[in-house]
Design a protein around this ligand. Structure first.
Ligand SMILES: CC(C)(COP(=O)(O)OP(=O)(O)OC[C@H]1O[C@@H](n2cnc3c(N)ncnc32)[C@H](O)[C@@H]1OP(=O)(O)O)[C@@H](O)C(=O)NCCC(=O)NCCS
Length: 199
């Protein structure tokens, strides 16, 4: 998990460009992250101010990509969400996380972005397994995991404290060989066309 692989990259899908966050994304981030529906299952500041958005973008820009890849999801000129792949090199695993502005829900964009990042993760790092977790009631989120071909491995009881409540998380994962097999048999055109390059 070292060398050139530690540098930020850009990934293209059929409809999206996934790239590192930039300072010019601050207003877009504020616009989507200040929506209470988006924050329903995420511990985001409330109210979500422009300073919160600026702090977030600066944190993403400073990320060490050998530990955590942080992509802005961009659609045309706008940043519409974010996607992260947090690496656990000692276990050869990585955790996937994603968030999309509400007006872009229901179009398959989160799945399209996540598929490209998981594919990139398996190809560029010696990963054995990619996993994701979500609040058990966050159906939209775990449906993305299912569309990616992940398997529900179980429920982590009372695993997160959110707004003074201990909540259950569903846990999904996919192994490298399952991913490769699926990619070969389903041959998603968007994933196939995904290009990546160092920036
Ligand atoms: C989780 C989240 C990213 C899911 O977004 P989403 O739009 O539901 O997911 P997708 O982009 O995969 O879109 C799937 C929907 O698009 C539809 N769709 C349309 N075209 C599609 C396509 N080409 N491919 C796949 N789905 C498509 C699907 O049928 C599905 O619709 P449905 O919701 O009516 O069943 C979004 O709800 C979100 O950002 N929530 C707030 C943050 C959050 O909770 N993040 C997860 C924390 S663990």
């Amino acid at each position: 998990m070292h060398g050139d692989q530690d540098k930020p990259v850009e990934l293209r899908t059929a409809r999206l460009l996934l790239r590192p966050f930039e300072l010019s994304d601050v207003d877009d981030v504020r616009a989507y992250a200040s929506d209470p529906e988006v924050a329903r299952f995420r511990p985001l500041p409330d109210p979500y101010t422009r300073q919160d958005a600026l702090d977030f973008v600066i944190r993403q820009m400073r990320t060490d990509w050998s530990r955590c890849a942080e992509f802005a999801i961009t659609f045309g000129p706008r940043a519409i969400g974010g996607l992260s792949l947090q690496l656990n090199p000692e276990h050869e695993t990585a955790e996937l996380g994603y968030l999309l502005g509400r007006r872009w829900w229901g179009q398959g964009l989160a799945t399209e972005a996540a598929r490209a990042v998981v594919d990139w993760g398996f190809r560029h790092f010696r990963l054995h397994k990619v996993y994701a977790r979500a609040h058990v009631d966050n159906t939209r989120s775990w449906r993305v995991m299912e569309r990616l071909g992940m398997t529900r491995e179980g429920v982590l009881r009372g695993h997160w404290k959110m707004r003074d409540e201990h909540v259950d998380l569903v846990y999904y994962a996919v192994f490298r060989d399952e991913w490769t097999l699926r990619a070969d048999s389903c041959a998603d055109p968007a994933a196939k066309k995904a290009q990546d390059g160092h920036v």
